[in-house]
Design a protein around this ligand. Structure first.
Ligand code: APR
Length: 248
């Protein structure tokens, strides 16, 4: 049975999380878009989520990429420009500090923003890829972000197929990254799940692989069907800042 903390009991829950972090030998973190909203990157299914205005199966699907490059490009050009201006928020820096102190061992993230690495985390598994690497979907050769944003054809094969190294719906996750994240989570004695609706497979299956304690930090309760020991309802940045006070 999960212990759920929110509102004026949230502080108590953060204290409990701190005790779990101090007692863990191999804590692992799994994050979703809710970890980035306080850096002004919209999430997908939250109250102001991206998928309230776009159908992901249209704009974020490999089929659309292949059949309607203009629509793909129009959607991602805006996402790219949002991502260029963002910075980590205090919650990201706290996770980097926790890794530095050995209190967390790795982060598996669904986010393509690169903000965990930018904040200083070294072991980050980008399960849905990243926007740093650009390549041609047709010949596989690398390309530059400028060529992608300018909607230029691949300079090698001349196809209009430049894309970021992100995972579209309908594509497999990067196998090495996926296997490494599974190994870390199976090894964990504490799994911290932060800012995800747990709606998207296969990442939403990862908590079932954790045999140790599990904690959910989210601003809405998405714990149904899982066995979280602790559920902290609130903003990721606030909860992490409250928790870190008890980690002395
Ligand atoms: N603090 C805590 N929780 C938050 C915050 C915040 N500041 N902001 C949003 N949330 C919560 C939302 O309420 C929601 O429950 O985070 C969750 C984000 O869920 P989604 O928007 O579904 O994002 P995510 O779970 O990462 O989506 C998974 O879906 O479309 C694909 O590839 C995309 O990687 C993404 C995947």
């Amino acid at each position: 049975m999960s212990k759920i903390y929110a509102g004026d009991r949230l502080e108590e829950g953060c204290k409990e999380l701190a005790v779990m972090l101090l007692g863990a030998k191999h804590a692992v973190v799994l994050t979703g878009a809710g970890m980035d909203t306080e850096s002004n990157i919209p999430d997908f299914r939250g109250k102001n989520g991206l998928w309230r205005n776009y159908d992901p199966r249209v704009v974020a699907d490999i089929t659309t990429f292949r059949q309607n490059y203009d629509l793909f490009h129009e959607f991602y050009r805006d996402r790219f420009s949002t991502m260029k201006q963002v910075e980590p928020h205090p919650g990201h820096y706290i996770l980097a500090d926790l890794e530095q102190r050995g209190l967390i061992k790795a982060i598996a993230t669904q986010n393509i923003s690169g903000l965990h690495a930018k904040a200083g985390n070294k072991k980050v598994y980008e399960l849905h890829g990243n926007t740093r690497e650009i390549y041609c979907n047709s010949c596989g050769k690398p390309a530059t972000e400028q060529e992608l944003l300018a909607k230029q054809p691949c300079r090698h094969c001349k196809q209009y197929a430049l894309r970021p190294n992100i995972v579209f719906f309908g594509e497999p996750l990067p196998p090495v990254v996926w296997d490494s994240a599974i190994a870390e989570i199976k090894r964990s004695d504490l799994l911290l799940v932060i800012g995800t609706s747990l709606e998207v497979s296969p990442v939403n299956q990862l908590p079932y692989l954790a045999e140790g304690k599990q904690v959910l930090i989210n601003n809405e309760d998405r714990s149904a069907g899982y066995s979280f020991d602790l559920v902290l309802l609130g903003s990721a940045g606030d909860i992490l800042q409250r928790t870190v006070k008890y980690l002395t």
